[in-house]
Each structure stands twice: as structure tokens, then as C-alpha cells.
Design a protein. Sequence first.
Length: 72
Amino acid sequence: MTKHSEGFDKDETIAEVEERVQARFPAAPSDVIHDEAVAAVDKYADAPVKDFVEIIAERDARTAVENSLDES
């Protein structure tokens, strides 16, 4: 088992997703990035396998932030 399966830390995962999305979209408001990271991680937090939650959540958060910037 991987580290994520044995000790999934939701707050740590949110922080890591936020960090990478902020790096990709530096002009995006941090509150939007935070909200999208939380929503994305929450969506997958109850998955039986946690190995890919961070990757999938980051993809979802990036898409949501990108869409919010396009709407601005």
C-alpha cells in the first residue's frame, strides 16, 4: 500500500492541490483556488482507494479555476 492509502490527510492534500493550482494560475484569486481545491478533494475523499485522489482533485480544481478565469 502507498502512503496515501494508509494515511490519507485531507488537509495536506488540499494544501498540495492549492499550491500546484496557484503555481499554474498565479493571477487567480487565492480564495477561488482554495474553494475549488476543497470541493475537488471532498468529492473524492471517501473513495476506497486514495492513491490518486490528489492527482484527480488537482485536475478538477485546475479545470474549475480555469473556467472561472474564462468567465471573468
